[in-house]
Design a binder for this molecule. Structure first.
Ligand code: SF4
Ligand code: SF4
Length: 254
């Protein structure tokens, strides 16, 4: 069975679980399972000595868990367990079909825009510290979608933000993850160190470039011997499309 089906099955189960919690069937709110809430929890604990509103030890444990996971296998959480990463990927594929190709900004612009996720991270931590409130809720696609624009959303601004994120996701693959996700920013240094990463056999690779075309993050796999790139989520899309046998393999190593 293609790896993608296994991954999509897992992601569908995660989305189902979050919807189940969001509908109020579980003992906890769906927000308790957001690892970025863990970053805010930790920040709240360090700066104010208490958890920020609606967050708690479960968020913190998840956050620590995904950091450890990033040290082991890079941003694997993003492509194997994150509902927003899943939506981003599906939107990107739909957008590519509609536009007959992937729209990717030039390298310089892309690199500059990627800095925005650090800005979002700093702003969210600053306001968590200042107000003890999750002020970014009204702009957070995870919260907006699964809460059904619940408490903390900011009227038409929240709707506009979600529409912009959807249009952005159709136009540029992984738009939110790439440019705006604060959790992605937290993961970056850990992901660079990630132990399990893809290796390319430079002897047998034909440099056809199919791998980069399939990569949701546009990583130039065909030009690298080892995929250390911080944005690699070990989704294995590149492995799936590679026409040569055993050119791309997952290996553990520094
Ligand atoms: S798809 Fe496979 S053979 Fe083609 S460039 Fe990428 S790694 Fe090399
Ligand atoms: S390099 Fe391969 S495994 Fe990494 S994100 Fe791109 S397609 Fe996925």
């Amino acid at each position: 069975m293609p790896i993608r089906y296994v991954r999509y099955t897992l992601l569908t189960i995660v989305v189902g679980l979050v919807v189940w919690l969001a509908l109020g069937y579980g003992a906890r709110s769906f927000e308790a399972f957001c690892p970025f809430g863990g970053a805010e929890s930790l920040w709240g604990l360090l700066t104010a000595g208490q958890f920020s509103c609606a967050l708690g030890p479960l968020n913190l444990s998840l956050f620590i868990g995904v950091i450890v996971l990033a040290l082991i296998a890079k941003k694997v959480f993003c492509s194997w367990a994150c509902p927003i990463g899943f939506f981003g990927e599906l939107l990107g594929k739909l957008g590519a079909k509609l536009t007959k190709g992937k729209l990717v900004p030039g390298e310089r612009l892309d690199r500059t825009l990627r800095l925005l996720r650090y800005v979002v991270l700093v702003v969210s931590l600053y306001y968590t510290y200042k107000l003890g409130e999750l002020v970014l809720r009204g702009y957070d696609p995870f919260y907006l979608i699964f809460s059904g624009f619940g408490h903390g959303t900011v009227g038409w601004i929240s709707y506009t933000v979600l529409v912009i994120l959807i249009l952005g996701g159709l136009a540029i693959p992984m738009f939110f993850c790439r440019y705006l996700c604060p959790l992605g920013a937290v993961f970056d240094p850990f992901s660079r160190l990630g132990l399990i990463k893809l290796q390319r056999n430079t002897e047998t690779c034909t440099a056809c470039g199919h791998c980069q075309l399939a990569c949701p993050h546009n990583i130039p796999v065909h030009a690298l011997a080892q995929i250390r790139n911080r944005d690699c989520t070990n989704c294995l899309e590149c492995v799936e499309v590679c026409p040569e046998k055993d050119v791309l393999t997952l290996r553990a190593g520094v």
